[in-house]
Design a binder for this molecule. Structure first.
Ligand SMILES: Nc1ncnc2c1ncn2[C@@H]1O[C@H](COP(=O)(O)OP(=O)(O)OP(=O)(O)O)[C@@H](O)[C@H]1O
Ligand SMILES: [Mg+2]
Length: 329
């Protein structure tokens, strides 16, 4: 059985009180005893019409800056967050109507570790297996194999309380794989892992995928997306969708619309975007060879060129081009 993921027009608006209002409902303040008015609840639109088709046995990377709604998407698909509107399916099951069936099919690694600190690593794995109905032999065997795979054997009988952040992360991922789910959700799985462990994780993810499993992971790490994913097209196809491929980020004393228009006329310049009065992004077919021409045009217009940064075709440029934001912002 291979299982995919589908969403249609998912929306999520959070209505949350700011922290200072917590517990303040209806309390009386001031000598006159006026009831303090509750501050209005701010509405946060976390998802605004997300439609996705993730094919069975795909590794799908959800990229986006902080607050883009990645964890909210994972939350909805894993029955933890109720969507405001729209629909989502895991295989043939609509997530909010068939929660039990969905939970059997998925393994989840949340962005924040949620391990029971008072258990040992081995207990966490074995108890999780029991919860999902694995027989006693099978859960012990699987736990042992995962402890080895995630290099946690020498910590197997120690309580999680004393684990480092990276060890907890490895154990969270091992736990999510314990019942051999058809779909694995990994919310920033490599955050806090050292470079060696990150490579080990990539190897484990690929291996799991090769056994026919679907994987949805969120990441800020372009290298990770490049190494693992086919995010809505291959990384190569996506990079090719950025005009020119090269990105020249320029800073000036202060530029002018006339100067930016002049850049637009140079051979190889595909698109010019002002980022503010001082900055401009040029999407171009060539990199370094354009810099002297740009410097000359700026100098002729009496504008100081303060900084030039050239980057080659990358997922980072792609992200910037399509969203106007950097992944690190
Ligand atoms: N429980 C909640 N209550 C209120 N607002 C929330 C809640 N969870 C998320 N939000 C808001 O929804 C938006 C999306 O948050 P989300 O955690 O989905 O983003 P993200 O893409 O996972 O970000 P990050 O890269 O920082 O993990 C943010 O503006 C966030 O403040
Ligand atoms: Mg998140």
């Amino acid at each position: 059985m291979v299982v995919g993921i589908r969403t249609r027009d998912l929306r999520k608006t959070y209505n949350s009180s700011p922290p200072f209002a917590a517990g303040a409902g209806g309390f009386v303040s001031g000598a006159l005893g006026h009831k303090r008015r509750k501050p209005p609840k701010p509405e946060i639109v976390a998802l605004d019409g997300l439609s996705l088709d993730i094919f069975p046995a795909e590794i799908f990377g959800l990229l986006g800056p902080n607050g883009a709604g990645k964890s909210t998407t994972v939350g909805i698909l894993t029955t933890r967050v109720r969507p405001t509107s729209g629909q989502a399916w895991i295989g043939e099951h609509e997530v909010w109507k068939k929660q039990v069936a969905v939970k059997r099919l998925i393994g989840v690694v949340a962005q924040r570790p949620n391990l029971d600190f008072s258990l040992t690593a081995r207990e966490i794995l074995v108890f999780h297996g029991a919860y999902f109905g694995l027989g006693s032999q099978e859960r012990i065997q699987r736990a042992e194999a995962l402890l080895d795979r995630f290099k946690l054997r020498d910590r197997a009988d120690q309580m999680v309380r004393g684990f480092s952040g990276g060890m907890m992360q490895r154990l969270s991922i091992a736990r999510a794989m314990m019942h051999d789910p058809q779909i694995l959700f990994l919310d920033e799985p490599s955050a806090g892992l050292d470079p060696q462990t990150r490579l080990l994780l990539w190897e484990i993810i690929r291996e799991y995928n090769h056994s026919g499993k679907t994987i949805l992971l969120t990441t800020h790490n372009m290298e990770e997306a490049d190494a693992l994913c086919q995010p809505l097209g291959t990384p190569q196809e996506l990079k090719a969708s950025v005009p020119g491929g090269f990105l020249l980020r320029l800073r000036f004393g202060r530029h002018s619309p006339e100067l930016l228009q002049r850049f637009q006329t140079r051979v190889g310049v595909r698109e010019v975007r002002a980022t503010d009065h001082h900055g401009a992004d040029l999407y171009t077919d060539r990199g370094g060879s354009l810099v002297p021409e740009i410097a000359n045009l700026a100098s002729a217009a009496g504008v100081e060129l303060c900084d030039v940064h050239i980057s080659e075709p990358s997922l980072e440029n792609l992200f910037l081009h399509h969203t106007g934001r950097s992944l690190r912002e």
